[in-house]
Design a protein around this ligand. Structure first.
Ligand SMILES: NC(=O)c1ccc[n+]([C@@H]2O[C@H](COP(=O)([O-])OP(=O)(O)OC[C@H]3O[C@@H](n4cnc5c(N)ncnc54)[C@H](OP(=O)(O)O)[C@@H]3O)[C@@H](O)[C@H]2O)c1
Length: 294
């Protein structure tokens, strides 16, 4: 296995595959995959992510469109727009950019997306299928993490995996994915959170540690055993007056010290982040190939 789990390189490989798939679909069936983004409010980080995802779509030949709503949009208005997009045959995927502004019920809004167009895999129906080990759309970051290790020559099978963080978008679906009796999974998973007593006790015995908590440089070398694989999902802005933007991006892992001890590790940026976008493209292609796939 490579020491640096290079998400940039491996995501480029997936994007190439998606691009070929999109071309074949267009040639053989005249179908061009279409992805709709719904944004609410003006959160600069969210708008930047959507812009990045739109660029990625255009590079592989997926049509995309952004539907922007003001901060104080009602749930009814959003659900109405989602209903229109559900009924639009040219739209194969619908992505609601999270987090939604306070006051909006994200579960209700995500549940309005047709499960067949739920390329983010956040609909309760797809979440349930994931837990049951049935085919459906799988959330992009967990799937990206899984692929990153496998395509780097590593494996999850039989490994003692500790996931730190139990969010609905990363920790929980990743644990559900890795625990399945399935090829590429079949790991023994421990899910840790703020209620975990003595976190180090768990991380120090893990073969693979995945950290998704949103706390800059949290995982230190003393929390990791020699040779462990460390996957850093965190994306945190640390103030940096020396940089042009006034901040730099760091993960939840103290890369400088943990990388000296780990057998393999993801960098931030260039690790999990690009994988998330590549899997979004791949899920959108799947949705366009077989709209009844879920
Ligand atoms: N690279 C990507 O594509 C990508 C995608 C998604 C998210 N992210 C990044 O990943 C990070 C996590 O985001 P998220 O949305 O998954 O998480 P989130 O919703 O912010 O939840 C954080 C989770 O971490 C747990 N936690 C916080 N502090 C902890 C501690 N000291 N010890 C143990 N557990 C702790 C929390 O536990 P409780 O449940 O007990 O509160 C919670 O389950 C963020 O930096 C985010 O930007 C990156």
């Amino acid at each position: 296995m490579e020491t640096i789990l290079d998400g940039k390189k491996i995501s480029a490989e997936i994007r190439r595959e998606v691009k070929e798939g999109v071309e074949t679909l267009r040639r053989e069936r005249g179908v061009v995959p279409g992805l709709a983004f719904i944004t609410v409010g003006e959160d600069p980080a969210s708008l930047a992510y959507v812009a990045m995802k739109e660029r990625a779509c255009s590079e592989v030949g997926i049509r995309s469109g952004q539907f922007s709503f003001p901060r104080f949009t009602t749930e009814k208005e959003l659900v109405g727009k989602i209903g229109d997009l559900n009924a639009d045959p040219d739209i194969h995927g619908i992505l609601i950019q999270l987090p939604l502004p306070a006051g909006l019920d994200s579960t209700a809004i995500l549940s309005a997306v047709s499960p067949e167009k739920d390329v983010d895999g956040f609909h309760p129906f797809n979440m349930g299928k994931l837990l049951l080990g049935r085919k459906g759309f799988c959330p992009c970051t967990p799937k990206g993490i899984m692929e990153l290790l496998i395509r780097s020559g590593g494996e999850w099978e039989g490994k003692d995996v500790v996931v730190v963080g139990r969010s609905n978008i990363v920790g929980k679906p990743l644990a559900a994915l890795l625990m399945q009796r399935a090829r590429g999974a079949n790991a023994t998973v421990t899910l840790c959170h703020t209620g975990t007593r003595n976190l180090s006790l768990h991380t120090r015995r893990a073969d693979i540690i995945v950290v998704a908590i949103g706390k800059p440089l949290f995982l230190t070398a003393d929390m990791v055993r020699e040779g462990a694989v460390v996957i850093d999902v965190g994306m945190n802005r640390l103030e940096d007056k020396g940089s042009e933007r006034g901040y730099r991006l760091v993960g939840d892992v103290n890369f400088a010290e943990v990388s000296r001890k780990a057998g393999a590790i993801t960098p931030v940026p260039g690790g999990v982040g690009p994988m998330t976008i590549a899997i979004l493209l791949s899920n959108t292609l799947d949705a366009a190939r077989s709209p009844q796939c879920v």
